[in-house]
Design a protein around this ligand. Structure first.
Ligand code: HEC
Length: 90
């Protein structure tokens, strides 16, 4: 029993990651690069945030977009859960 539950804990991050990989690739990679390294949109992995670095601020950006810069809003495309997942992912 003990072995089993720790195996489960070990596997959870991988399933979350694989799923978020797909969400990210489908919706974000065109502009932010396959690895989040940046492109039309800025880098999401360099640790510097132009528009705010708290989870709440990043969530707001994904939800509402940055219309002036060409980043679209995703509140109608992604669920709140997927947005959360992406924040953990990026
Ligand atoms: C149509 C192109 C496009 C798509 C698709 C896109 N973005 Fe962006 N994103 C941008 C642009 C442009 C910016 C603004 C970059 C700048 O001002 O330097 C931006 C900025 C951001 C920022 C703020 C970065 C910072 O430095 O504060 C985050 C976070 C972000 N995008 C996440 C995402 C996520 C997650 C997705 C997928 C759900 C996504 N974006 C999809 C173009 C896009």
């Amino acid at each position: 029993m003990k072995v089993r539950s720790s195996l489960l804990l070990f596997l959870i991050p991988f399933t979350v990651d694989a799923r978020m990989d797909r969400v990210y690739e489908q919706h974000c990679a065109v502009c932010h690069g396959k690895q989040g390294e940046g492109g039309l949109g800025g880098s999401l992995v360099d640790g510097t945030w132009k528009y705010g670095e708290s989870d709440e601020e990043v969530a707001k950006i994904i939800r509402e977009g940055i219309p002036d810069m060409g980043m679209q809003a995703f509140e109608n495309t992604l669920t709140e859960k997927e947005i959360r997942g992406l924040i953990v992912y990026t």
